[in-house]
Design a protein around this ligand. Structure first.
Ligand code: GLA
Length: 763
């Protein structure tokens, strides 16, 4: 709940175990910056950490005394939403410039409101008239808070913003911290990186115009690097922005750590026009003393509870919003789609138990390779002479829903659209725009392009019985400008007269805002359609896109072993119910290693199961095994998509590691759980240790059963005796939760590529 202590001028946002405490400090000290004769107060973050028994236990807000020169009290104090101005040298949330040449801002406390679990605090710069409302929303049960800020320019002059962050976070002072982040690249996303947070700035960011595969807008800090999967303190956060973003972590020479997060200020330029209101994206953050596991479970639970759920999912299992098992044609047919082949695949998919059939790239325009057709969203009449109708009807007849691939923000220069509108792409006057994957990016900052895109997608969804859209984005933005930026009225900056340098730069944020608007409108007009965010794999995975898209494609890398590492990192911040995972061919095109079908399934079943293989090539044995595993997935789905995740023998410290690991999903009442156990590589005469379990109820007795599918030595095989420490409970029989957690589980896995599904049912 949100409590206010009027005497000590403190607000405490208290969750079950955490507290964020904000307070006011007067600027009456000598050296303070309040104008002569007036008494101003600064808003400070006085505590963020564990919840203490009474309000009296929290410190009051007090300015750091600072030193006579080289530092000032306000510059050294943990201001909750600092603007750059005066003697402030640390990371700030806001930086602006007025048309009259004032290049700093000072934000003083004005007022506050509490509405339920929402606290709003108003700040204002009396000189420029810029008003800021810092908003905090508390999620008590989950110990999470989200913040954003709203700016209103009440002054006479436009203010060009050079930085407009969502907010700042201050983990406990005087600690050394380790930073955990998710970094990577195409086909190698969300790798867990751990490093000491050194003095100075550590920046996680994207300058690519979208979230990007290279870093994800998520971070976690643990004191001295001592926290573990199920123990220890962690401060963490995730930003809800799908464009250029920045999480800037600063450790200063006085032991203060500031984490500033928001839209990236690189080449940033929004303008606060008099009378107008601007809103930052949300920044969701949390504190736990339950380790990285508790952090992830809180984020996943938030995503399950507060992200919108689509109707389309309501029908796939007991009225619950489970994501359907999907089939995707990309691996099987690439650009060579046609009615007959897709129908054949659909028939096979239906026999496997697939619920959603998705046709990928190649169905539109002159799209026979990635060199042409993007932008021409009309059905290719050579491939589908009768349109999409008959295929969709067949898919529906087979009891499945139909999904379609699109990449709407893009255009190939070799397309009707580009020939008609060469000025619709991002470019700088006089420069040839850079092509990536033979394509250019449509300038969504232009209102006519936004309108065209919305109308085109709307028509596609209106004219066809489509339940699912795979919305792709296969390149970064470059040359983020266009001649249109300089024409009157087309750019917000252009109308804010006498702030010339805002011209063009607003494109970065305009693109994301336009995309969000389009997605929001499509969702409203087509409530039965679910959306998947794909971006050359996992390039657009963030809390902002997840408010509009129902699931994401984490990586183009389908190699089941690589995938375990990618999925591990993904799970730090995002839930299994959002993570689409496909079973594809035996050999990945690059790694060329052969991975058994059961292992590939078990890796993909840990998320939203999909199949992306030419299933026509499977023999009857493989087909039967795949159908059995698909059926099993559907049984386990409420646990996987709705349960609490425990990462066992975490692979986090050794990305790409090949030892025994597991993912355990536990139901809310702890009466049912399922374990996916993986042993990609074994060693000769090696002792495979028991897998330490967590999250079960120690007082319950569980029946433990191992599914028949999987690869492990058959009973009677002498090697089976080495399959798990004798100290562990066996993967069969009845065991107490206490024993399973204390002794661990002898999984029975032995030999390369062994994997198993083990279920726990309370008696
Ligand atoms: C991207 C996606 C793939 C596939 C292709 C189609 O690479 O990540 O899954 O849809 O585009 O061109």
């Amino acid at each position: 709940m949100v409590r206010y202590d009027s005497e000590r001028r403190l607000w405490a946002l208290e969750g079950k175990k955490c507290a964020l405490v904000l307070g006011l400090a007067d600027l009456s000290e000598p050296g303070g910056e309040s104008p002569a004769g007036s008494r101003e107060s600064l808003l400070l973050t006085v505590w963020y950490g564990s919840r203490l028994p009474s309000l009296q236990d929290y410190p009051v807000a007090a300015l750091d005394p600072g030193w006579a020169s080289f530092s000032s009290p306000e510059g050294l104090s943990p201001e909750t939403y600092p603007a750059w101005g005066g003697a402030r040298y640390g990371e700030c949330a806001l930086k602006g410039e007025t048309a009259g040449g004032i290049r700093d801002l000072r934000l003083y406390y004005r007022d506050f409101r509490v509405r339920g679990e929402v606290l709003e605090i108003d700040l204002e710069d009396p000189l420029t008239g810029l008003a800021v409302t810092a908003e905090f929303e508390l999620f008590v049960e989950l110990d999470l808070i989200r913040t954003r800020s709203r700016l209103t320019n009440r002054g006479p002059q436009a203010i060009r913003l050079e930085r407009f962050f969502s907010g700042l976070l201050y983990p406990r002072r005087d600690e050394a911290y380790r930073l955990t982040s998710l970094q990577g690249h195409w086909a190698g996303e969300t790798r867990v990186r751990r490093q000491e947070l050194g003095c100075g700035l550590t920046v996680l960011e994207s300058r690519r115009g979208f979230t990007s595969q290279h870093a994800n807008p998520f971070f976690a800090l643990d004191p001295r690097g001592e926290s573990r999967e199920e123990s220890g303190e962690v401060w963490f956060g995730a930003l809800a922005w799908s464009g250029n973003w920045k999480v800037s972590l600063e450790r200063d020479a006085f032991g203060m750590v500031r984490v500033a997060a928001g839209m990236n200020d690189f080449d940033f330029g929004e303008t606060a026009v008099p009378g107008e209101c601007l809103e930052s994206p949300w920044f969701l953050f949390g504190y736990t003393d339950g380790g990285f596991g508790a952090m992830s479970r809180a984020l996943h639970a938030w995503q399950r509870e507060f992200l919108p759920r689509k109707k389309v999912y309501g029908t796939t299992g007991a009225g619950a919003p489970w994501r359907p098992v999907l089939y995707n044609s990309w691996e099987a047919t690439a650009f060579g789609v046609n009615e007959a082949d897709q129908m054949r695949l659909a028939e096979q998919a239906a026999r496997l138990g697939v619920e959603l059939f998705v046709m990928d790239d190649g169905w539109f325009g002159a799209r026979n390779s990635d060199r042409a057709g993007l932008g021409d969203w009309q059905v290719n009449s050579g491939k589908f002479p009768r349109g999409l109708g008959p295929l969709i009807a067949r898919v529906r007849e087979l009891g499945m829903r139909f999904g379609l691939w699109v990449e709407p923000e893009m255009v190939n220069p070799d397309s009707e659209l580009y020939r008609a509108h060469p000025d619709w792409v991002y470019r700088f006057p006089g420069r040839k725009p850079t092509e990536m994957r033979n394509q250019l990016v449509l300038n969504l900052a232009m209102s006519e392009v936004e309108a065209w895109l919305l109308e085109t997608m709307d028509r596609l969804l209106t004219e066809n019985d489509i339940s699912f859209v795979k919305w792709d984005l296969n390149r970064s933005i470059a040359e983020p400008g266009t001649a249109a930026d300089f024409s009157a009225g087309s750019d917000r900056g252009a109308s804010a007269d006498s702030v010339p340098s805002a011209l063009g730069r607003s494109v970065w944020t305009a693109h994301t805002r336009a995309l969000w608007r389009i997605a929001d409108t499509l969702r409203e007009r087509h409530p039965g359609v679910a959306f998947q965010s794909c971006s050359g794999g996992g390039g657009r995975v963030d809390m902002g896109i997840l408010e509009r898209f129902d699931q994401v494609w984490p990586s183009d890398n389908r190699d089941a072993l690589d995938r375990l590492g990618i999925q591990e990192g993904f799970s730090l911040a995002y839930g299994a119910h959002l993570m689409e995972a496909w079973v594809t061919g035996e050999k990945n095109w690059l790694t060329r290693r052969s991975i058994p079908l059961a292992f590939r399934f078990h890796a993909a079943m840990a998320g939203v199961l999909g199949i992306g293989e030419d299933i026509g090539k499977w023999d009857e044995g493989e087909f039967a095994e795949a159908a059995a595993l698909t059926a099993r997935y559907k049984e386990l789905r409420p646990l996987i998509q709705g349960g609490d995740l425990y990462r066992l023998s975490s692979r986090g410290d050794t990305p790409g590691g090949e030892g025994l690991s597991g993912r355990l999903y536990v139901s809310e009442d702890k009466r049912r759980a399922v374990l996916f156990a993986y042993l990609p590589r074994d060693r000769q005469a090696h002792h495979v240790s028991a897998l330490a379990l967590a999250g079960l109820d120690p007082s319950l007795t569980y029946r433990v059963t191992r599914d028949p599918q999987g690869s492990f030595p058959a009973p009677g095989n002498p090697w089976a005796d080495f399959a798990g420490s004798a100290a562990g409970c066996g993967a069969g029989g009845e065991w107490s939760g206490a024993a399973l957690m204390a002794r661990g589980l002898a999984t029975g896995l032995r030999g390369d590529w062994s994997s198993a599904v083990i279920e726990f049912t309370a008696l």
